[in-house]
Design a protein around this ligand. Structure first.
Ligand code: SF4
Ligand code: SF4
Length: 486
């Protein structure tokens, strides 16, 4: 099992590299090919160009997969990490249905296969195993290292604290510490820009800490993503289980399990990342992946978890843009994972993409427009006029701006608002003598329903029910003790 898993893990990293190179090639091709083609300057890009350059649907093939492990696009499908989803729900205190849908693929896979993402796909899972081997080698060479045994529960505090800071201060820290996001971004950065950024040093620090202080410390005890996957995995359908008849209770599996998931019990706990180490190591071949019983999946605790999750997913409108955690992709620049929402409209041959960003905790917005001719594939390069007005206002020249200096073919304009509300952004430009006018919607400030007003009473009710159950449980235990004594 471990060998198969290794092939999948290495294959997945190879896949990230290939995606990075294909995207990079396409970016360069698009950037440079419109006026002057410089790809021949680079030996590698030149070689790629020989293979792919003449393909008819080159652009679709090269950009079939874009993004990183925080937010990814595969063809028309988008996938968002569930950690990005809950981080943003908490931070914006609002819901964005497409993002919930995009996170459903990893959530459903986790419901079926448990925390398999950690064991089979996440690059940090593989790196953690490499770190553990290095640590083992150092210890076997008679060099003593520290032995820190952090509880597996610690990661739930890391997750909970991030959600708390998101809810109270509007910032969570997940994307600056979450290894799959950092590693996949660093791969992209290295290929695209030729250098690594802070994420590389974060991963390096985690690795040094794991080697010096304890194997798999990060994934077992700290990762907020691992914590979230473990929580979802409480209702997994497939998991490691023990055929008790063959088991001689030697305990080898429990000792070797990197996540303290106790596979020697009837079934491994939800900490299990389905790595298969215990299955391979069991001398009696007593362990296997199997379908769990319905009753095990839906016990009282998991039902409670389910109910709370459903309450949490009570939809309303959202604030906007970069806080949403969705990937967006300009045509000429492969912006990775930058969270935004885009509105995309077509008029004649011209495709107009509008997006906007609220400047953090201010009343200012940045608006961005990308326009291209769909027939020639050429981005528009003239002047774009932005005109903003409220629902019940008439267009006012005071809120108008002409922009003729695009950055990476994207026209940008700033705008400040006084009152929260829904505004219209009218984009106009002239191409080959024809005037194009298109209206887009911008939500400024808080126009949605704050779900906290629903969550708070439910939380109070749940707290009271929990208190009653706890008291009753205690009384019953006391009753049993008294009975035993008497
Ligand atoms: S616990 Fe976190 S870092 Fe470790 S494998 Fe899972 S997602 Fe990756
Ligand atoms: S229970 Fe087995 S499969 Fe699960 S994490 Fe532990 S060793 Fe890996």
């Amino acid at each position: 099992m471990v060998k198969k898993r290794r092939i999948v893990q290495i294959g997945f990293i190879f896949f990230l590299l290939v995606v990075g190179f294909l995207n990079y090639y396409e970016n360069q091709k698009l950037k440079q090919n419109f006026d002057r083609f410089l790809i021949k300057d680079s030996f590698f890009l030149g070689a790629m160009d020989k293979v792919f350059g003449a393909l008819e649907n080159r652009h679709e093939i090269m950009t079939f997969v874009q993004g990183d492990l925080w937010a990814l696009r595969v063809g028309k499908m988008r996938i968002v990490d569930p950690l990005a989803l809950i981080g943003n729900i908490t931070r914006t205190r609002s819901f964005y249905l497409p993002m919930i849908i995009f996170a459903m693929i990893p959530i459903i896979f986790t419901i079926i296969f448990g925390r398999f993402y950690c064991g089979w796909l996440c690059p940090m899972g593989l790196l953690g195993e490499v770190n553990a081997k290095i640590r083992e080698f150092i210890i076997n060479s008679n060099i003593s290292l520290f032995d820190v045994n952090l509880s597996t529960k610690a990661k739930y505090y890391v997750l909970g604290f991030g959600l708390f800071t998101g809810m109270v201060f509007g910032v969570h820290y997940f994307f600056v510490i979450y290894p799959p996001k950092l590693i996949s971004y660093e791969i992209y950065s290295l290929i695209t820009y030729g250098y690594v950024s802070y994420g590389f040093f974060t991963i390096l620090t985690i690795s040094i800490i794991e080697i010096l202080f304890g194997s798999r410390l990060w994934c077992r005890s700290i990762c907020p993503g691992g914590a979230l996957y473990s929580l979802i995995s409480k209702i997994r359908v497939v998991g490691v289980s023990n055929e008790k008849e063959a088991c001689n209770a030697c305990g080898i599996c429990d000792k070797k399990c990197p996540h303290d998931a106790v596979p020697s019990g009837a079934a491994a706990t939800s900490e299990c990342d389905q790595c298969g180490i215990c299955i391979d190591i069991c001398p009696k071949k007593s362990l296997s992946y199997s379908k769990r019983n319905f009753a095990d999946i839906f016990n009282r605790k998991t039902l409670l978890f389910f109910i709370i999750t459903i309450l949490y997913f009570n939809a309303s409108t959202v604030e906007a843009h970069h806080v949403r955690g969705l990937p967006h992709y300009a045509y000429a620049e492969n912006y990775q994972e930058t969270a935004t929402i885009e509105e995309n409209k077509t008029q004649g041959d011209m495709e107009i993409v509008f997006s906007y960003l609220r400047v953090f905790k201010s009343k200012n917005y940045m608006m961005a427009v990308y326009i291209k001719n769909k027939i020639t594939d050429k981005p528009y390069e003239g002047t774009v006029n932005f005109l903003v007005f409220g629902r019940h206002e008439s267009p006012d020249a005071a809120h108008s701006a002409d922009v003729s200096d695009p950055m990476a073919h994207t026209f940008r304009a700033g705008w400040s608002y006084e009152e929260d509300g829904v505004y219209t952004v009218r984009i106009s430009f002239v191409e080959e003598g024809k005037k194009y006018v298109e209206d887009f919607t911008l939500q400024a400030g808080n126009v949605g329903f704050n779900y906290l007003w629903i969550i708070i009473p439910f939380a109070v009710v749940f707290f009271l029910i929990g208190l009653i159950l706890y008291k009753r449980n205690k009384e019953m235990k006391l009753g049993t003790k008294i009975r035993i004594r008497s």
